[in-house]
Design a protein around this ligand. Sequence first.
Ligand code: NAD
Ligand code: DAU
Length: 348
Amino acid sequence: MKKILITGGAGFIGSHVVRLFVNKYPECHIYNLDALTYAGNLENLKDVEYKKNYTFLHGDITEEEYIKSIFTDYQFDSVIHLAAESHVDRSITDPLAFAKTNILGTMVLLNAFKILWQNKWDDKRFYHVSTDEVYGSLGATGLFEESTPYNPNSPYSASKASSDHFVRAYGETYKIPYVISNCSNNYGQHQFPEKLVPLFINNILNDKPLPVYGDGNYTRDWLYVLDHAIAIDLVFHKGVNHETYNIGGFNEWKNIDLVKLLCEQMDNKLGRANGTSEKLITYVKDRPGHDLRYAIDASKINKDLGWSPTVTFEEGLSETIDWYLSNEEWLNNVTSGNYQNYYNKQYN
Ligand code: NAD
Ligand code: DAU
């Protein structure tokens, strides 16, 4: 039985990847390693926790001895590495935490993998899940290609860029068979309400201001999380060793236009008069070092692996809102306690 270690599987994207792999590959055993930080939540995996081919490991990727011990005990054939500190705003207030988890944590995993297999690399793979933010910011035109030079601007993107470089370096130096993917902004079920879409859904529900940074003309390329999980499955199984794949939604939105669409859909679903939620939009102080525009050229994964998004933005956003509306308990649980402290510090 193949043993696949997925790190960060209790988080937003990781939980969708774990669910997909546990259900689709009963012949593989899926180990989910997660430290359960504020962003990790086992509620995200209630429907797979009883499955025979699933094991949860509670641990921290930066703890070298622990990581070495689980690699020895379980002999993972492959790693799909998603565990990270993932929020740009938090990286601005606490950059060292990002260096520790995203850079050191990735190196600890690479090292343990290298020591375990000692050059016996047949059927082994280290898959590093990364972000389009490593490429920096685009102007009004152009797209990020796999060959675009790295130019990260936030502590978060610098830490992810650094981890990508270490994965490549381990590939060149120690011949570890790796693949990397760099994806655009995800949205969907189970996303922690510190990111734009779920934060604004939660605020609309509670009649709170919608804090749009700067003039709202920043642009992102949005992808439904299940389409990202499908892409990760393809890259993991069919991607070529030592290659990078860009993943994106072919779906650019200025923040302010996205927020207006979200307001419109929320008003319809909540039976409120049109324009009610838009009145909550409040322009606030900009994010320092805010990247103007991200947009992905996903033609390589499309051509080589046959991947393209399956869900339109309007459909995906509607399903996302429906999920949050029918999972109020999930939302209440994650927005109590420490979340309030974070929110007050960040926005007041
Ligand atoms: P998330 O913040 O929702 O989840 C991160 C998970 O990692 C959490 O479950 C957390 O508990 C775990 N974790 C954090 N530190 C850990 C540690 N030291 N040891 C073990 N586990 C730890 O993040 P996400 O949005 O699901 O992103 C997952 C990955 O995908 C990240 O690597 C991120 O850089 C990348 N990515 C995210 C997006 C996006 O739009 N969210 C887009 C492209 C790439
Ligand atoms: O591009 C991929 C990246 O997308 C991932 O690597 C990151 O993990 C993920 O967090 C995301 O980064 P962003 O910074 O683009 O996402 P965020 O949801 O924080 O912000 C999206 C846009 O909305 C950005 O231009 C900032 C703006 N924004 C965000 C928040 C939280 C606001 O205007 N107000 C807000 O309150």
